[in-house]
Design a protein around this ligand. Structure first.
Ligand SMILES: Cc1ncc(COP(=O)(O)O)c(C=O)c1O
Length: 360
């Protein structure tokens, strides 16, 4: 007899990852091209000596470090096994079957998956033509069933960064009983002076009594800890408390917590690394634009090539030259900014790609 499982999950596609053939330049997952810093490796080795014990379930030390960094009360900081875990908890906290979760499209693929996992209706809202989240359309899509809105800035995969004024307008347009999550996974690569710093904004708004904003960041990208699985959020104290109650016990491991604390201490070195990535991003974008590609400005560690229906062909072409990029079929290709050598390998592949009218 078939096991009774939720029929609404039958068609769930799951989060797609692809095997990486040996010797391939991996530019598909927005990781840093650098390995862990010496100080972080040392902290990892030290923490490994204590893994016969459960981790600190409250993540107190790391939460205190983050609270210090953002000038916010520690009670407003939450941790997750990657910021994706916090995305799921936020969905679980707000949404059930019959409710709607809004998010931009294309954007981080997990939003849709997470909405469906909790039984809510996933409602994607197309981006603006410039690759930024369409805040006007997103606000207009909010209705009585909306419980949660994900706003991704810089947007994955297009890189578009939202400005302070437009975000403030959006926050005012959304009812205060709808939770808005500002996903800033790539914040450290933003160099746009008008960008809104979600952490500072949520801190100030929560202090003024506003409960419906959450800022989300991760150690996976700029901090180079993707394999550690650790992310964090800042919210009102009430939301943070309820997130903690929902969290899987001990899901943020001892080694991950130690690596994150050590990374925060290595701030200067990490900033320098981000500056290098940003420099490479601008060089790579310049080359691609020079080759005739349409590449919007990006505030993240990746670039978007608006290749439309040629996206898969382009990905396959690069893969045959041992460079892995991410295709969004029918829409475009996202390429992670690597180091100079990796970017050169990618550019060599691009130079061999011929498609009449591809940039139009
Ligand atoms: C926009 C965005 N948010 C969240 C995440 C999740 O990151 P992690 O779970 O590794 O913290 C990613 C990862 O690619 C992302 O692109």
């Amino acid at each position: 007899m078939p096991v009774r499982t939720r029929p609404d999950l039958y068609g769930l596609a799951g989060f797609k990852t692809v095997p990486i053939p040996a010797g391939t330049t991996e530019l598909a997952s927005n990781e840093l091209p650098f390995g862990p810093l010496g100080s972080v490796r040392a902290a990892v080795a030290r923490a490994a000596g204590g893994v016969h014990r459960y981790p600190d379930n409250s993540g107190r030390l790391l939460r205190e470090c983050l609270a210090d960094r953002f000038g916010a009360p520690v009670t407003q900081v939450s941790l997750g096994a990657g910021s994706i875990a916090l995305c799921l908890q936020l969905a679980q906290l707000t949404s059930a079957p019959g409710d709607e979760i809004l998010f931009p499209r294309p954007s981080f693929e997990a939003y849709s998956l997470i909405a469906r996992t909790v039984g809510a209706t996933a409602r994607p809202v197309p981006l603006r033509p410039d690759g930024r989240v369409d805040l006007v359309a997103l606000a207009a899509a909010v209705n009585d069933r909306t419980r949660l809105v994900f706003v991704c800035t810089p947007n994955n995969p297009t890189g578009g960064v939202l400005g302070r004024a437009e975000l403030e307008k959006f926050f005012d347009a959304v009812p205060e009983d709808v939770l808005i999550v500002l996903d800033e996974a790539y914040w450290e690569f933003v160099r746009y002076p008008d960008a809104l710093d979600g952490m500072a904004y949520v801190r100030d708004q929560a202090a003024a009594g506003r409960d419906n904003l959450v800022a989300l960041r991760t150690f996976s990208k700029a901090f180079g800890l993707a394999g550690m699985r650790i992310g964090y959020s800042l919210s009102s104290e009430d939301i943070a408390e309820r997130l903690r109650r929902l969290a899987l016990p001990y899901s943020v491991g001892t080694v991950a917590q130690a690596a994150a604390v050590a990374s925060l201490e290595a701030d200067q070195e990490l900033r320098q690394r981000c500056d290098e990535v940003v420099e490479q991003r601008e060089l790579l974008r310049g080359e691609l634009v020079g080759l005739g590609y349409r590449v919007p400005e990006s505030g993240a560690n990746f670039l978007w090539l608006g290749l439309g229906r040629h996206a898969d062909l382009f990905r396959q072409h690069c893969l045959e030259r041992r460079v892995l990029v991410k295709s969004f079929p029918g829409e475009g290709v996202r390429v992670t900014v690597g180091n100079a050598t990796e970017n050169d390998r990618f550019l060599s592949a691009v130079r061999e790609f011929e498609l009449p009218g591809m940039a139009s």
